[in-house]
Ligand binder design. Structure first.
Ligand code: SF4
Ligand code: SF4
Length: 372
């Protein structure tokens, strides 16, 4: 395992963090015994960062993490959890939720306390509830050690949030395929410049990068060193100097052991030129499988006929990135919701609004023919 220093904090962290959003499940509930065994084995093996959140596993994750961190384990880790901003309806709700979380986690303080799933709209809402004075108060009372946020939106919103408060950490989605999406690589650079440590979520894009299609496997195989797709996906991230921790949502013992092996390095490596070229090739190979390359900006919405253009395009493309990609099942749901492409009357409004100049009407027709 190798360790990093979060800037402007006293937190040293293992690069691998245990994300507790996909703990092992038995009979529809967290397999508590196995989850605790895995979390403690990770800590015994050098993992020092544990991430959970109020809604994970329907509220059960925080309780199980609290149990796992008994018997001296709490003191060994940096504990992160998140305020469910969508449950906040007045200022006082924030402290009440934090107090409930402290109780569930059986601790008197949270190390990184994140505003969960921030985006441009949510920032304005939380400003309305004066989230800054809540964080100031929680810090002064010692209930939280460092304020942070997790993020899902575009670059502009990311910069607005980043500059709105004295954050010590931000948790963002990044992986080989998302360098121009969400906060973007530039957002990560800006956070680094500002002295805000970056924690990565979705390093495998929901597991998609763990099972690549044959052409991507072939691209990896051409490189002189043989690594698994999972190791390549993590390597892309842990070589970024701004990145201080990568969260992996480990669901079974095998994944845990595999991840521990991948992060068994002396220190934070740098990518050489050949590796950088390989990542460009891998990304191009993935992207060549997609059709629309819709960015999800939603400028084409609303369609007067209710066609779910960005939803259809983005889910179609994501399906094509998979080894045995098919969007038929996903599209059946869009048809059932009466938001499918057959409703299009070719008014052209969406194409005039699309900044990517996508031939939306043609793409809709083609996807409908293929997937209906
Ligand atoms: S062209 Fe079709 S999809 Fe586009 S806005 Fe008009 S009806 Fe909607
Ligand atoms: S405007 Fe174009 S790029 Fe943006 S969501 Fe619609 S189709 Fe996608």
């Amino acid at each position: 395992m190798f360790y990093t220093q979060f800037p402007n904090t006293d937190i040293q962290s293992s690069m691998l963090g245990f994300g507790c959003m996909r703990l092992p499940v038995k009979d529809g509930k967290i397999d508590e015994k196995e989850a605790i065994r895995m979390i403690r084995h990770a800590i015994d093996s050098g993992v020092t960062y544990i991430d959970t959140a109020y809604p994970y596993h329907g509220g059960e994750s925080e309780i199980v993490v609290g149990k796992a961190l008994q018997d001296g384990y709490r003191e060994k880790v940096t504990l992160a959890t998140k305020l469910p901003c969508w449950n906040v309806h007045k200022h006082e709700d924030m402290m009440a939720i934090l107090d409930e979380q402290l109780q569930k986690l059986q601790t008197d303080h949270i190390d990184f306390y994140l505003m969960h799933a921030m985006n441009g709209e949510r920032l304005e809402e939380m400003q309305k509830y004066d989230y800054k004075s809540f964080l100031d108060e929680a810090l002064a009372q010692g209930k939280i050690r460092y304020p942070a946020f997790s993020f899902h939106d575009g670059y502009d919103a990311f910069m607005r949030i980043l500059n709105d408060y004295d954050w010590k950490m931000c948790q963002v989605q990044m992986n080989i395929l998302d360098d121009e999406n969400q906060c973007t690589l530039e957002g990560i650079r800006q956070a680094g410049k500002k002295g805000v440590g970056v924690v990565i979520m979705e390093p495998l894009r929901g597991g998609l990068l763990a099972n690549p299609p044959e052409d991507v496997v072939a691209a990896y195989a051409q490189y002189q060193d043989q690594r698994s797709p999972v190791e390549w996906a993590f390597r892309y991230l842990y070589t970024m100097p701004e990145v201080k921790c990568i969260l992996s949502g480990m669901s079974n013992w095998e994944q845990l052991v595999d991840n521990l092996n991948i992060f068994d390095l002396e220190g934070q490596p740098e990518l050489n030129e050949d590796e950088k070229a390989l990542y460009v090739k891998v990304k191009d190979t993935y992207i060549a499988r997609t059709k629309t390359r819709c960015t999800g900006c939603r400028y084409c919405q609303p369609c007067p006929m209710g066609v779910a253009i960005p939803h259809i395009f983005q889910n179609y493309d994501t399906s094509m990135l998979r080894a045995q990609g098919s969007y038929k099942d996903g599209y059946a749901k869009v048809i059932a919701d009466e938001r499918d492409a057959s409703r299009c009357v070719q008014c052209g409004q969406c194409e005039a609004a699309c900044p990517q100049h996508l031939p939306i009407i043609r793409y809709l027709q083609e996807i409908h023919e293929e997937c209906k």
